[in-house]
Design a protein around this ligand. Structure first.
Ligand code: NAD
Length: 453
């Protein structure tokens, strides 16, 4: 039996719409349709597949405002973020639309004939998306997967299905054949698990929590199913005393409070060299108080609400019993609001320091030297991203190489560009998305020898 889910606006707590959730039978039928669509899509000439993806990008571009408005209402993302996110889907489609004609193999010298390799598509790819970045994470999966000749089934998070559903419609409008990109809203325990167990789904691309990611990896092992995991994070922002402290303090709130801290790359641990600690904390306070936490539909809003009442009480739980140094503001009244909060930490075992909070809470701790900074930064099961603020080029290089994380930035917090690889070390993930190599991770290499004789 299928059921429906009421989508709620997190900024107002008002119902937005009802979405039908697929049951197992519907999921199986849609996976079968994607499997049926695969041979013809695989055989579309590279230049034609490229043209269809470019057209898909153009149609997304024509609907940026509509997609952004949907995301503001469904996810509480600020207007600025939501328009960036819709534009990111367009750009990722554009970028990978150049891949079909460039998916070249090797010709390798051998005796008695020729040897060549092909990057063969896998078949149906299942993409499972979390609620924090519904549009970009969908696009990071489907654009390179489609470019490489796979068909895609995509499950959005229960809380945030609206933009994914619309992107599926826009794909059809752009001319993608039926069954090539199919959005299947539903529960993780039904639709998501079926991607793992269904033999026609040949790869699962999962972004979400580390606990669910481990289950998916174990499930995929049953069929030696390909899997990419993008999981949690607890990234460090390391500020050395030789850095531009004013610049580091001004940039720190954006690095953790963007998307209300519901960001796997959030720099939620700030490590500050002891001699600069007081100056940094005193400069951080006005920067945090200046964050404009407003109705996300207000074009000047810099931070919106959390996604749900449950998420708000989880975040609140991390702050209780800690030493709150200061906090910013948040609207009163309806909505799942939480003010940006700065906690002073002195024990690396504190949950606020160790666990991914996924809310606007940052913990600050002093360190004494470079070795201790690296040790504290690496004292976590995660390894997604991080930042290093210093004017010393040698130190920037040493520390960037020593921090165990997949995406680091020096004197900056930028960690996502669609044309550079993105992914985690340790329990933050497995495999990489984006960048020039992503289409390869949606293929298997085939080696063929042809004898001269
Ligand atoms: P989640 O793990 O609860 O859910 C993610 C998705 O998996 C949802 O679509 C959910 O329905 C589905 N799911 C749940 N149980 C499943 C199961 N048993 N089998 C198959 N699918 C299942 O995560 P969330 O709360 O939606 O998202 C927050 C998490 O995502 C955070 O830990 C965050 O760090 C992580 N995240 C990571 C990245 C990254 O790129 N590394 C990016 C964004 C979010």
């Amino acid at each position: 039996m299928s059921s429906s889910y009421t989508v709620v606006n997190p900024a107002t707590e008002e119902d937005v719409t009802e979405v039908e959730m697929s049951d197992l039978a519907m999921t199986d039928a849609l996976i079968a349709k994607a499997a049926d669509a695969y041979p013809a899509w695989r055989d579309v000439a590279p230049g034609e597949r490229a043209r269809l993806l470019r057209r898909f990008a153009a149609v997304v571009d024509e609907h940026i405002e509509e997609l952004a408005e949907l995301e503001v209402r469904n996810s509480g993302h600020t207007w600025g973020n939501a328009t960036w996110e819709a534009g990111n889907v367009r750009d990722v489609l554009h970028y990978y639309s150049a891949a079909p004609e460039r998916l070249t193999g090797h010709q390798i010298p051998v005796a008695g004939g020729i040897n060549m390799t092909f990057h063969e598509p896998l078949g149906v790819v299942g993409i499972i998306v979390p609620w924090n970045f519904p549009m970009p994470i969908a696009g990071w999966g489907f654009a390179p997967a489609l470019a490489a000749g796979n068909t895609v089934v995509l499950k959005p998070a229960e809380l945030t299905p609206l933009t994914a559903i619309r992107l599926g419609e826009l794909g059809l409008e752009a001319g993608l054949p039926e069954g090539v990109l199919t959005v299947i809203p539903g529960k993780g325990s039904i639709v998501g698990e079926r991607f793992v167990t269904h033999p026609a789904v040949r790869k699962v691309c999962f972004t979400g929590s580390t606990d669910v990611g481990k289950k998916i990896m174990a499930g995929c092992a049953e069929q030696v199913k390909r899997v990419t995991l993008e999981l949690g994070g607890k990234s460090a922002n390391i500020v050395f005393a030789d850095a531009d402290i004013a610049k580091a303090a001004a940039a720190a709130p954006g690095a953790v409070f963007d998307n209300a801290g519901q960001d796997c790359c959030a720099r939620s641990r700030i490590l500050v060299e002891r001699s600069a600690y007081d100056e940094f904390v005193s400069l951080l306070e006005p920067a945090v108080k200046g964050v404009r936490v407003l109705d996300p539909a207000d074009r000047s809003s810099e931070m919106g609400p959390l996604i749900s009442a449950t998420q708000r009480s989880t975040v609140q739980g991390y702050v209780e019993g800690t030493e709150v140094a200061f906090s910013g503001s948040a609207p009163n009244g309806p909505g799942f609001w939480f003010a940006p909060t700065v906690v002073l930490a002195d024990d690396p075992q504190q949950p606020v320091w160790r666990e991914e909070i996924f809310g606007p809470v940052v913990a600050v701790m002093p360190f004494d030297d470079e070795a201790q900074a690296v040790q504290l930064a690496n004292d976590t099961e995660f390894g997604l991203s991080g930042s290093i603020y210093t004017r010393d080029v040698g130190r920037a290089l040493r520390v960037s190489r020593a921090v165990e994380a997949g995406n680091l930035s020096v004197n900056s917090h930028a960690s996502v560009r669609y044309w550079t690889p993105f992914g985690g070390f340790k329990q933050s993930g497995l495999g990489r998305e984006l960048g020039p190599d992503a289409p390869h991770s949606f293929t298997d290499v085939k080696n063929i020898f042809i004898s001269h004789d």
